[in-house]
Each structure stands twice: as C-alpha cells, then as structure tokens.
Design a protein around this ligand. Structure first.
Ligand SMILES: [Cu+2]
Length: 141
C-alpha cells in the first residue's frame, strides 16, 4: 500500500514537471525568429550580388543632411557604390528621388538611409518636407 502512494506521488511530480516544460516551449516564439533569420539571409544574398562586379568593389559614401541642406549637394560615385544619408538636424528630412528611384521616407534626427546605385545616370532628389532642399547624385559607369 505504501509503495502505491509513493508511485502516485512520483507520477504527480512527473506530470507537474512535464507541464513546466511545455510552458517554456510556448514562450520560445519560434515563428518570429525564423522570419528575422530569413530577412538576414536575404540581405546577405543582396550584398553578395553587389560584390560580383569584380572591377569595382562598392564603396559607401556619406551625405550629411544638416542646416536644411544636403552636403555635399552634388556627389559623384561609381556604379555599385552606396550612398548613406544621415540627418543631423532636429527637423525631419527625406531624400526622395524626383523619378521615384529611391525614397528614404522620413528621417528623424540621427537616422540614416542607404541606397546602392546599380545604374549610371544623374539622380536629382529633394526633401519632400522642404522641397527647396535639392541634391544630385551622379553615377558614373
Ligand atoms: Cu527637409
């Protein structure tokens, strides 16, 4: 009779432990983690494709947005280069191409936007919030 009681207590303890394990697994949220990982993998794939142009490894060039101006206002880069715009004003700004080739969206103070240029050409852009702010990117082959 005593052995039966011990067995029942053991069974109860195992069941409680089992429930605790299940709770931990539910908290893990595996779906969200998988989405983030696949985003990271896609980003890496894109970078690898940019690097495929053997002649020119893409450089990153900084354009500062400060005092309601793009600096430098006109910039010359090569195909495959990336421009990073960073807003140093407390006012929000955008870097928006006149022909919809790129659009930073609203950049708050300290925020950045990067664009890699794969096609030669002249890209005129503005800040949509302050349309008198103008800039030009000249991409040379
Ligand atoms: Cu602006």
């Amino acid at each position: 009779m005593n052995k039966l009681i011990v067995l029942l207590v053991l069974l109860a303890a195992i069941l409680v432990a089992g429930c605790a394990d299940n709770t931990e697994q539910i908290i893990d949220e595996p779906e969200i983690v998988e989405d983030e990982v696949s985003d990271l993998v896609e980003a890496e794939d894109n970078e690898t494709m940019d690097m495929d142009t053997e002649e020119h490894m893409g450089a990153t060039v900084e354009v500062i947005i400060e005092n309601f101006e793009f600096a430098p206002e006109e910039i010359r880069i090569s195909v495959g280069d990336t421009i990073t715009w960073t807003n140093l004003d407390t006012a929000p700004h955008t870097a928006t191409d006149n022909n919809d080739m790129f659009d930073s969206g609203t950049l708050a103070e300290g925020e950045s936007f990067s664009m890699t240029f794969e096609e030669a050409g002249t890209y005129d852009y503005i800040c949509t919030i302050h349309p008198y702010m103008k800039g030009t990117v000249i991409v040379e082959a």
